[in-house]
Design a protein around this ligand. Structure first.
Ligand code: SF4
Length: 396
């Protein structure tokens, strides 16, 4: 049994000018000689999308309503390489006239030629990895741009007609203080952007700064990282400032003016199908079977560039009905609007809600979740402890 997949496409480009100390993505600094081989890999992977969908038991509707080039820093590709990537997309898919086409750009990498390539490809949204408007903070984590470069790039994008601009900030960078954070927020609000993402610094083994923090050392300015309490208050302050500026929080880390949330990310949280190619990318394709209407297949590409280019196969995992229910809760709860329990009952049956009654009541009583006219959502406290909340919905 097959079902039509009306879809989105994510492509990862794992190349960066420098490796930021806090970064835990599958990205790094590689020789430009590799770029061509990588683009060739993407061209082949995109061309293989219909057969990949067919193998998963899904039928490909070639209409894309979202294309997203992330990574990494896609804007380090040469203009002709960007042209090749977008040409490959058009050969296999139809990009809807009103599609959201996003490219992640590191401030300072937007040459006139790259900007022209983005315009040729009908790119209408740019996500700028700013992280901080305070130069000391950006420098301390290895970023090469300054506040002035960010402001100049924003102005150039707008002048070129790309007004859907998103800026990422990180709360908890070395040297950050309540005062310096206010400075970044002032700059951000003054830019009057339609979309903003604010993340809290992740302290884990996957980044150099994270490892140094865990070890209690001083490399990478680790001893200048604000403590957890301050980082949380910086994040809360960002929520307050952005909401007051009309850039409303709609997800744990994302804020947008009305009508401007990231369509691409909304697809993930609403469990709509997508293709993902390149290093460490995922596809999620519905592949229902008789008696398992919500079955899907997740296809994960290798996390290492060497393995990918050497032809290592992607990993296929079946998403069962039960896992689909769990994902519906923990992805849906990421969004401020939350999940509608009646809709879950209608989609998966009464047990999909009844089985979680105990957990839901406990977490409502603990102030982590709120239940309002049939919608279940995270409270502000729940947003800070979201992993704990999500874990309660896992039965595997
Ligand atoms: S944070 Fe962005 S620019 Fe920095 S290394 Fe990671 S992917 Fe590259």
């Amino acid at each position: 049994m097959t079902s039509a997949v009306h879809s989105a496409l994510y492509l990862s480009v794992p190349f960066c000018r420098t490796k930021c100390s806090f970064c835990n993505f599958a990205s790094g600094v590689f020789s430009r000689d590799l770029f061509d081989r990588y683009v060739l890999h993407l061209e082949r992977a995109i061309a293989g999308a219909p057969s990949m969908a067919a193998d998963a038991g899904a039928e490909l509707d070639p209409l894309l309503d979202s294309v997203y080039l992330g990574g990494g820093t896609p804007s380090v590709l040469a203009p002709d390489q960007l042209d090749r990537v977008f040409a490959a997309i058009s050969r296999t898919f139809k990009v809807a006239v009103n599609a959201e086409i996003t490219v992640e750009v590191a401030p300072g990498t937007l040459s006139d030629e790259v900007l022209a390539a983005l315009l040729r490809a009908r790119v209408n949204r740019v996500s700028l990895g700013v992280q901080s408007f305070v130069d000391l903070e950006s420098r301390s984590v290895g970023r090469l741009h300054t506040r002035d470069i960010t402001l100049a790039d924003t102005a150039r994008l707008r002048a070129a007609g790309i007004t859907e601009i998103s800026v990422d900030l990180i709360a908890g960078l070395p040297h950050q203080t309540a005062e310096s954070w206010e400075q970044s927020l002032d700059e951000l609000v003054a830019l009057a952007l339609p979309h903003v993402s604010v993340y809290m610094l992740e302290v884990d083994d996957d980044s150099r700064l994270g490892r140094e923090l865990i070890a209690g050392g001083t490399r990478y300015h680790a001893h200048h990282v604000p403590d957890e309490e301050l980082t949380v208050s910086l994040y809360e302050r960002a929520c307050e400032r952005l909401n007051a500026a009309g850039i409303q929080q709609y997800e744990i880390s994302n804020f947008a003016r009305t009508g401007h949330p990231s369509r691409h990310n909304l697809r993930y949280w609403n469990r709509l199908p997508y293709f993902g190619f390149g290093v460490d990318a995922h596809s999620m394709l519905p592949a229902p079977l008789r008696g398992e209407t919500h079955r899907a297949v997740r296809i994960a590409t290798p996390e290492s560039l060497d393995a990918l280019l050497a032809g290592a196969p992607a990993e296929h995992t079946v998403v069962t009905e039960q896992q689909a229910i769990e994902e519906t809760y923990f992805l849906g709860l990421r969004m401020n609007r939350g999940v509608e329990l009646l809709a879950i009952k209608e989609e998966f049956g009464i047990a999909a809600v009844d089985n979680y009654r105990g957990e839901i009541f406990t977490m409502v009583a603990d102030g982590l979740l709120a239940l309002d006219e049939g919608w279940l959502r995270l409270t502000p406290r729940g947003r800070l402890l979201s992993n704990e909340v999500f874990a309660a919905f896992l039965r595997g």
